[in-house]
Design a protein. Structure first.
Length: 465
């Protein structure tokens, strides 16, 4: 049976099956049905308030939209490929339920501004949901930091032992990294908080519409200033996907940390069995698959962002069907990140830390050598010369197989008479960390300040939700 298209009046022959299948977006945009119905209800109420529709007609349409929603929720809605998209599927079903009055639903709007409204609503909600997921991850990171807040461990640069830091300081670095991600999602939600309905296909509409009324009902704080802009850009989706991509990068770094630290070579932490997998051939294996998959999925989210940017880069004004390609990338990025955040949050909450192993990792690792240079620089020796003196001490100790902590004051004064007894205490890893009292540093009092700030930020995140 040939189904006449809503736009088919100008055409003399039906759509080719392969063209119809190729152009249909219903298989993926049907998930926008909550947004589509919400927008249609607000549109109908506005049309009635403006006298564009009669009250009885509006009531019929609203009852019909309720019936459509009930069918979708009960999984009884008759989806048909020939409907093309979610908008036409709803309108077709309304016509079956209500008759010709269903055709009045589309008065004073186009699918161009209708789909823009749907994606704005979806993006705004997605940004808020992801901000909440990031806050949950931050809460898990704070739990991990507080398990051994003043345990000393190696800090790394270039994956080499650098300077001693507190366990909590390391994890708080991730916490504040994700704080910026959460703020980006909040800003992405603000970018989507702009109402496009009323733009029509591109030029507006001759009907006396009231977009501000629709915006108020749907919770938008702003309208688009230009109807062509309203239907033709997807920058708000690009902002959302950029926030997803950068968060995925940070998740990947966190996943890499877990992969390294759960290895036998590090053995700083252990994941619960519930968040690890085994080997089909090697019975002893306990693999950090959750962390590895989080790391791997970052590339997928990057690809979604690039796909969207590529769609946007060459489009003339105003609407073009290329914009249909915005949805699968956006849905995939948000869903992938949502799952990654949830999985890694759960894994972190099971993390067991070996504080003894952390402490032993700093023994004899020369990570307090900077204390030697700082000690001399504080007594007037130019830092570059002080650095060379400290380097010679390290080289001699390496050759002799001795840790820095084994040196006494007499030996140190052979390299420089400026050394004083207090430097010996500074060579202990815990003492070295305690001396880093600059704002944001790893000294215990600074880390306690960071922990308190992290708690306040999480309280604010709960309030924002």
């Amino acid at each position: 049976m040939t189904v006449e298209k809503a736009w088919g009046g100008r055409f003399r022959e039906p759509a080719a099956a392969e063209a119809e299948a190729f152009t249909a977006s219903l298989p993926f945009d049907r998930r926008l049905w909550p947004e589509d119905l919400a927008g249609s209800r607000a549109h109908v109420r506005m049309l009635a308030a403006q006298g564009i529709l009669g009250r009885e007609e509006a009531d019929q349409l609203l009852r019909g939209l309720d019936a459509v929603e009930a069918e979708i929720r009960a999984d009884r809605f008759p989806w048909r490929r020939e409907d093309e998209d979610i908008h036409m599927a709803v309108e077709r079903r309304l016509a079956e339920l209500l008759g010709p009055v269903a055709g009045k639903l589309h008065t004073a709007r186009s699918r161009n501004d209708q789909v823009a409204l749907d994606t704005h609503l979806w993006a705004r909600a997605a940004a808020g949901r992801l901000a909440g997921r990031v806050a949950a991850l931050q809460a898990a990171l704070l739990e991990v930091a507080e398990r051994a807040p003043e345990a000393v461990m190696p800090g790394y640069t270039h994956l080499q032992h650098a300077q001693p830091v507190l366990w909590a300081h390391h994890w708080l670095a991730f916490f504040f990294m994700f704080q910026r991600d959460r703020e980006r999602f909040l800003r992405a939600g603000e970018a989507a908080d702009r109402m496009p309905l009323g733009a029509g296909a591109l030029a507006g509409t001759p009907f006396p519409v009231d977009p501000a009324r629709v915006a108020a009902e749907l919770g938008f704080s702003r309208l688009y200033e230009n109807s062509m802009d309203a239907v033709s850009d997807r920058d708000y989706l690009a902002e959302l996907l950029f926030a997803c991509a950068l968060t995925a990068a940070h998740l990947s770094r966190l996943g890499e940390t877990l992969v390294l630290w759960t290895s036998r070579e590090f053995a700083f932490v252990e994941l619960a069995d519930a968040y690890a997998t085994g080997s089909s051939i090697m019975p002893q294996k306990k693999n950090p698959d959750v962390a590895e998959l989080v790391r791997g999925k970052a590339g997928r989210v990057y690809g979604d962002l690039m796909a969207l940017l590529t769609v946007l880069k060459g489009l003339p004004l105003a609407y073009a069907s290329d914009l249909q390609e915005d949805k699968e990338a956006s849905f995939d990025a948000v869903e992938t990140l949502d799952r990654s955040l949830s999985a890694l949050s759960g894994a972190l909450r099971t993390l067991r830390v070996d504080a003894g192993r952390l402490a032993r990792a700093t023994e004899g690792d020369y990570s307090t050598a900077t204390e030697l240079a700082d000690h001399l620089a504080a007594r007037g020796l130019p830092f570059r010369e002080a650095h060379r003196v400290a380097g010679r001490i390290v080289a001699d100790c390496l050759e002799a197989g001795r840790p820095l902590e084994a040196l006494d004051l007499e030996e140190l004064r052979r390299y420089s008479p400026l050394f004083e007894a207090e430097v010996l205490e500074a060579l202990r890893p815990a003492a070295s960390a305690a001396r880093r009292r600059s704002p944001g540093g790893t000294a215990p009092e600074r880390v306690r300040e960071q922990l308190e700030l992290a708690r306040r930020l999480l309280e604010g995140a709960v309030a924002d939700a």
